[in-house]
Design a protein around this ligand. Structure first.
Ligand code: ZN
Length: 365
């Protein structure tokens, strides 16, 4: 739900600052800011002023919150009352304005007096936006605050990424993508979500460990995650090809020892290899293309490690062509997955801090 700015303005007298996407002005005697919370059906109301007995006001606010199901939170802290309201579907503007006026009256009853939120002086204060929040400051406090904000801004601008953390985060991300890809492929077919999830986790880790993430660092992480995804695919494929090679070896051994063997006597790996080679017309045709060179490759590559080294050559053996095509498809999936993960998370990762340390006067549209 969204509030209608005309209705809110008419009912409260607050004006709308379109840059802050917030209403501002006086509610009763109190400087106030009312703004919609991002991606939620809720608004935040902030009323500046001082109340002698903070414990009492919080008790009253809690009681008031319990009476009103639309009130998500209500608290007095640092010379400001902050309340969050749900915007109901029915009569959104009336409900929110009604709650705002109720809390204002409660504040007046409790003896709240408008003041500078920083020093508490009750004269010459003015309402400002500090980033998105409503604050009141007097000219003296304003100068002090501006200085502090400039220092914060400077500090943030000079904040350097921690390269060791970035590299470690990217490596951990790639390892996650690798492990998840390999694990998921063991259970079933590769899914686009696998590398995507690992990728997003990798970005978060890099951000956490590296503090500040630059574009090259994010791309570095994406490339490592892509390698992680491919490695998971290659390892899984090498393991399954090694198992097939071992089956083939056991079949060839049986055939070598007993040229008159009967297929129905075969068991285990030799039977699996026999079924693969002679199972249907298509595989029979493929089997007839197998050369002595191919047979040598079965014997030379009984382990996953060996298969990993000779993956492209193995995929050219006629009976493994389908596996070769599958690896390429899986790699395409891995690539799309990493690309999607990068596209979805690179912007929030690069954007960094949300606050800009900006103090400015509200402006009505
Ligand atoms: Zn002040």
């Amino acid at each position: 739900m969204k509030l209608h700015s005309d209705a809110v303005t008419a009912q409260t007298g607050l004006r709308y600052d379109s840059a802050a996407k917030a209403f501002f002005g006086l509610l009763g005697r109190f400087p106030a800011v009312l703004r919609q919370l991002p991606r939620q059906n809720a608004v935040l109301l902030q009323i500046a002023g001082t109340i002698p007995d903070a414990a009492q006001v919080n008790e009253q606010l809690r009681a008031w919150q319990e009476e009103n199901p639309c009130v998500l939170s209500a608290e007095y802290r640092n010379r400001r009352i902050g309340c969050a309201f749900i915007i109901p579907k029915k009569q959104p503007d009336e409900t929110v304005c009604g709650l705002a006026s109720a809390v204002t009256m409660l504040a007046a009853d409790l003896g709240m007096r408008p003041c500078c939120m920083s020093c508490g002086t009750e004269s010459a204060y003015e309402l400002y936006f500090l980033d998105k929040n409503g604050v009141t400051v007097c000219p003296e406090c304003r100068a002090e605050l501006a200085e502090k904000l400039a220092a914060e801004q400077e500090k943030h601008a000079q904040e350097k990424p921690k390269y060791a953390g970035i590299v470690l985060g990217a490596l951990l991300g790639a390892l996650l993508v690798f492990g998840m890809t390999w694990f998921v492929m063991r259970q079933s077919r590769i899914s686009v979500l696998t590398a995507y999830a690992g990728m997003v986790l990798g970005f978060l880790l890099m951000k956490k460990l590296g503090k500040k993430v630059t574009l090259p660092a994010a791309l570095f992480c994406a490339v490592l995650c892509l390698l992680g995804s491919f490695s998971g695919i290659w390892l899984h494929s090498a393991q399954s090809l090694a198992a097939k090679n071992r089956d083939m070896i056991s079949l060839l051994d049986v055939m070598h020892d007993d040229p008159d063997f009967q297929p129905f006597e075969l068991t285990g790996g030799a039977k699996r290899a026999h079924d693969m080679l002679f199972g249907d017309m298509e595989s029979l045709k493929l089997a007839s293309e197998i050369t002595d060179g191919h047979i040598r490759m079965f014997y030379e590559n009984p382990s996953a490690g060996k298969c990993l080294l000779h993956l492209p050559a193995l995929c050219r053996i006629p009976i493994y062509r389908a596996e070769g095509r599958e690896i390429l498809m899986d790699m395409l999936f891995g690539f799309l997955s990493v690309a999607a993960g990068t596209a979805m998370s690179i912007y929030p990762i690069l954007r960094g801090r949300k606050t800009a340390y900006l103090l400015r006067k509200p402006v009505a549209a």
